[in-house]
Unconditional design. Structure first.
Length: 220
């Protein structure tokens, strides 16, 4: 016993899933299809998807933005939790991966809640700001290429209303952030943003060992 977050053994992780996971069939199907694809490991874990659905409901979010959609598991999780008039803007560059996502959004009956923008995400986020989106979003999820994390963070912070929730994924980066010998560009970018967010007076913040590390920040 110790007063710190724990690492999960396989047996304990299995217990967690068996005693908490509620995964709608359409999400389970998408997860299985994605897992069989190259890069399938990039999709978020099912318990993280469930946590995000809970966060959407807890915050009463109606307007959301996602940076990095891949095959759409996190977006489908958010869209399923949104009210009927809720909207999610998804930013990604891959036609291939997002074609899987679109197929499942349609299958789940949430396609009309999701707007996919296929362009470099910095451009899409700048366009949203230009279109009057600043201060209009309730929830943002950042999970794209790590080198641009700071740029995504700043833009999402602009898009969020005061009290809005920002989620940043992969903040523990499979442990690489704590390995001083690891200085690849992605690791450095994540480390920099983690350090910046800890000190950032514009947000309330908490870094959680969910999935590959998930930071929650509330815009002040
Ligand atoms: Ca991720």
């Amino acid at each position: 016993m110790s007063a710190r977050s724990i690492g999960l053994t396989d047996a304990l992780y299995d217990y967690l899933l068996r005693n908490s996971l509620r995964e709608p069939a359409v999400l389970a199907e998408l997860r299985a299809e994605t897992a069989a694809m190259p890069d399938g490991g990039m999709q978020i874990s099912p318990e993280q998807g469930q946590f995000m659905r809970l966060l959407v409901r807890l915050t009463g979010a109606r307007r959301c933005v996602e940076v990095g959609t891949f095959t759409g598991y996190s977006a489908l999780s958010v869209a399923l939790a949104l009210p009927d008039d809720g909207r999610l803007v998804c930013c990604d560059v891959s036609e291939d991966f997002t074609s899987v996502a679109r197929r499942y959004w349609a299958k789940a009956g949430v396609a009309d809640k999701v707007e996919l923008r296929l362009a470099p995400a910095l451009e899409s986020l700048d366009a949203l700001i230009k279109e009057g989106g600043a201060g209009q979003y309730d929830l943002a999820f950042v999970d794209a290429d790590k080198k641009n994390y700071d740029g995504y963070y700043e833009r999402c912070l602009t898009l969020l209303r005061a009290g809005g929730l920002l989620l940043v994924d992969n903040v523990l980066w499979d442990g690489a952030v704590a390995d001083p010998k690891n200085n690849d560009k992605q690791t450095i970018a994540i480390r920099r943003l983690n350090a910046k967010m800890q000190q950032d007076e514009r947000i309330d913040v908490s870094m959680l060992p969910v999935g590959d590390g998930l930071t929650l920040a509330r815009k002040r």
